[in-house]
Design a protein around this ligand. Structure first.
Ligand SMILES: Cc1cc2nc3c(=O)[nH]c(=O)nc-3n(C[C@H](O)[C@H](O)[C@H](O)COP(=O)(O)OP(=O)(O)OC[C@H]3O[C@@H](n4cnc5c(N)ncnc54)[C@H](O)[C@@H]3O)c2cc1C
Length: 264
């Protein structure tokens, strides 16, 4: 079956082509082209939008807006995004990061989606065709989503508030055993004032670790202070079994890596 590629200057035109059927939107193509090469017959046309705004990064008043076509490499080298660069650098090797987009990462099934784990911890909003969705809402409904994501937006955390760890067996660019992203805000007395923790590979898509978040608030980031959160970090998870790791293994090592990340 021949495959065609249609590029449109605006998101609106790309959306119309997408809605016509048998088409898939293409960001960087790292997953969708591979799917076609592997025999996915559910589409015969790749649709792209070349609208410049999709490639823009803006940081104003502490708020970052990343166009959906911004690549992981662009995030990793942007001087105003250094706080979250570790999450972009965790995605694949250099060749993949040069192509892999923010928009595509939002749809990447586990064990992929490392950057989306960070976006979940950052409480990002996802923008699409005039709508703005909380990232949790977006991730919950992404299988039925048939629009085009145009950008994501989030408050940049303070330099030492963002923590990210990707656990993989092949260094430096193996896919995830699991990933953890956290935004930990300290109160004036040195205890944790607020915490948002997100996990990758502990379900079929990035998920919050709400029990561990609750257990951290009011505590110090010490061995004793984090003990309850470490005990609760796996609560509600349904880890993946795949070629990288079993669900059992993921469940066993999550508290180990979470503890290290909180004490780092
Ligand atoms: C060798 C290799 C290693 C990888 N390693 C990692 C890794 O370590 N971590 C990781 O997270 N990922 C990894 N990936 C997966 C992938 O590269 C990334 O998740 C990437 O961010 C996907 O983005 P993309 O633009 O290439 O997506 P595409 O392949 O273009 O698209 C993926 C899906 O998202 C949809 N989509 C893309 N953009 C939009 C949009 N703007 N609006 C609506 N739908 C959209 C497409 O229709 C498609 O269904 C790897 C892939 C490969 C091939």
């Amino acid at each position: 079956m021949p495959l065609s590629l249609q590029s449109f200057p605006t998101v609106g035109e790309a959306q119309s082509a997408l809605s016509a059927g048998a088409a898939r939107y293409m960001g960087g193509g790292t997953l969708v082209v591979r799917a076609a090469n592997e025999g996915d017959l559910s589409f015969e046309t790749f649709v792209r939008a070349t609208d410049r705004s999709l490639r823009e990064i803006s940081v104003a008043d502490g708020t970052a807006t990343l166009g959906a076509s911004v690549t992981m490499a662009e995030i990793a080298r942007h001087p105003e995004l250094s706080t979250i660069a570790s999450a972009a650098r965790a995605v694949g090797g250099p060749a993949v990061r040069n192509m892999a987009t923010v928009g595509g990462n939002l749809f990447a099934p586990a064990p992929y989606g490392d950057f989306s784990v960070a976006l979940l911890a950052l409480d990002a909003t996802v923008h699409t065709g005039g709508r703005e969705l909380l990232i949790e809402e977006f991730l919950a409904g992404r299988d039925a989503f048939d629009g085009i994501v145009t950008s994501v937006r989030f408050q940049l955390p303070a330099a030492d508030a963002f923590r990210f760890a990707k656990v993989s067996r092949v260094k430096p660019k193996g896919i995830s055993v699991l990933s953890i992203a956290a935004v930990i805000e300290e109160a004036a007395d040195g205890t944790v004032g607020a915490a948002r923790i997100a996990l990758g590979c502990m379900g079929d898509r990035p998920m919050r670790a709400t029990a561990a978040e609750k257990a951290l608030v009011g505590k110090t980031l010490t061995e004793d202070g984090i003990a309850d959160a470490v005990a609760a970090i796996g609560e509600g998870t349904a880890p993946l079994t795949d070629a990288v790791a079993s669900a059992w293994y993921r469940g066993e090592v999550l508290p180990v890596h979470f503890r290290r990340l909180m004490l780092a």
